[in-house]
Design a protein around this ligand. Structure first.
Ligand code: BGC
Length: 483
């Protein structure tokens, strides 16, 4: 069974060497999976850095710690996100100049050193500065790791490896919530941020053993090395030759990328990717990721332990519901899943707002439980739809020559909107109240349904080449490029 999952033939052995054309054998596959695992650690770290802050804030708010106010809390949260935005914008250049592997290595060093330094912060501004630099590492990793994975994985397991990366983000978030909870019993926020250095060091050590991306080696004219690396990753000589030819053809195409910026069809699809990410972030997901303990407190859960375990549960729901998307995205298609997800998210935000609106949330257990249930349903709605599926569509709609630009623009938009949400949520709660704030997210979730209907193509089961042909064939609406 497990062999089937990782795409091995039943007759393959873990020490097998030469396979038939088109198949990668056991030993090669092990190398691919080792590389996949290490690169996916980047996803884990990304998740850890996102998740860790929710437990840190309540500690820093304590009068005997730093007594931070709302504004400062938002700055601490969003400094990392702003850094990630900048890291993403830089990562196209960095991963091209230094190579994918070195870019991941650079981010591992920043992750490790930054986490230790953050644990020794002497005040909020130092923490903000360090989180900004950590954010740059998150940005570089969030662009380079999936790129590396897709460049070294054989076609038959590419989807699985890239999904594994997404899953690792959610696992990272929940691990951070759990470790925060443990440290919260000792009120030790320094432990919460410092512990991230441990997986970061593992990643650093692991990346040292990774092969370079064959595609990058060809890009910088190191064809022989590329051939050697492919020889280790693939089963047969013919496979290696064929893939090299393919890479070279693709790179020729990519050179045309710059001129695409004046192409109307390309600009349309660039706009689509950015819009999808705006609507992923303005669902309000990260409001819950960063401020869950605070939301639980507003909902009447008074003890720190209750708030922290509630947050761990949020993280678990987020992981498990992601499997629903992985199972159904290729069966039902992207759009049906998104329709369901956004209806679920809109409705649960609506009920959450209503529960706060009653004004009885802290005193009436029924109101309180309904609000908490609504919050969990919201998380499940996100994780089974927008969480992974928006990334999937963004990896499918760009033409090859403009894929680097497209992915940079959509990932950077994701981080920028993430920063905006992180930097404004507490102010919104204060100025508008919990009810109106959640209703604003309600209306954004519901209005995405119209965007989905009018502009988003269904990309299930269609080759990327066909999507590209449709995009440039003129006269087609965006929503039709997947047909
Ligand atoms: C989003 C992140 C979010 C995460 C939660 C990702 O798809 O881009 O902003 O924190 O899902 O699992």
């Amino acid at each position: 069974m497990w062999k089937k999952w990782i795409g091995m033939n039943e007759t393959d052995t873990m020490t097998g060497t030469v396979g038939e054309a088109g198949k990668t054998t056991g030993r090669n596959k092990l190398i691919v999976y080792f590389a996949g695992l290490i690169a996916a650690l980047a996803g884990l770290l990304f998740g850890l850095d996102i998740g860790v802050i929710s437990g840190v804030l309540p500690e820093l708010e304590r009068p005997n710690v730093w007594n931070i106010d709302t504004g400062m809390a938002q700055e601490i949260v969003s400094s990392l996100l702003l850094g990630a935005f900048i890291g993403t914008v830089l990562s196209g250049f960095i991963s091209r100049k230094f190579g994918r592997r070195n870019a991941i290595l650079i981010s591992a060093v920043i992750f490790a050193a930054g986490s230790v330094l953050a644990a020794f912060s002497s005040g909020p501004y130092m923490l903000i500065g360090i989180r900004f630099v950590l954010g740059i590492a998150v940005g570089i990793a969030s662009f380079t790791a999936p790129l590396y994975l897709s460049e070294m994985a054989p076609e038959n397991i590419r989807g699985a490896l890239v999904s594994m990366y997404q899953l690792m983000i959610t696992v990272g978030i929940v691990l951070a919530f759990i470790s925060d909870t443990v440290f919260s019993y000792y009120h030790n926020w320094r432990g919460m941020v410092g512990i991230v250095a441990v997986p970061a060091s593992f990643m650093f050590a692991g990346v040292l053993f990774l092969p370079r991306s064959p595609r990058w080696l060809v890009l910088v004219n190191r064809r022989e090395e590329a051939e050697r690396v492919l020889g280790r990753l693939r089963g047969t000589h013919e496979e290696v030759k064929e893939e090299l030819r393919e890479i070279e053809k693709n790179l020729e195409l990519r050179k045309a990328g710059g001129s695409l910026l004046i192409n109307r069809s390309f600009l349309k699809v660039l706009f689509l990717g950015a819009t999808l990410q705006i609507f992923q972030q303005f669902t309000g997901i990260n409001v819950v990721m960063y401020y869950a303990p605070r939301i639980f407190r507003d909902a009447g859960m008074m003890s720190t332990a209750q708030q922290m375990w509630g947050t761990v549960f949020v993280g678990l729901v987020n992981v498990f519901a992601t499997f629903i998307a992985i199972a159904f995205v290729d069966r039902f298609g992207r759009k049906p899943i998104l329709y369901i997800g956004y209806i679920v998210m809109g409705s649960s935000m609506l009920s959450l707002g209503l529960m706060f609106h009653t004004g009885r949330i802290a005193v009436n257990p029924t109101v309180q439980y309904t609000a908490i249930a609504a919050l969990f349903i919201f998380i499940a709605g996100f994780a089974m739809s927008a969480g992974p599926v928006i990334w999937v569509i963004c990896s499918e709609v760009y033409p090859l020559a403009g894929r680097d630009i497209g992915i940079t623009v959509s990932t950077a938009t994701n981080w920028l909107c993430n920063a905006i949400v992180g930097a404004t949520f507490l102010t919104m709660l204060k100025a508008l109240g919990d009810d109106i704030t959640f209703w604003i997210f309600t209306s954004i979730n519901f209005s995405f349904l119209a965007i989905l209907w009018f502009f988003v193509p269904e990309t299930k089961g269609i080759s990327l080449e066909k999507i590209e042909k449709n995009l440039f064939s003129g006269g087609r609406k965006l929503r039709e490029i997947g047909r």
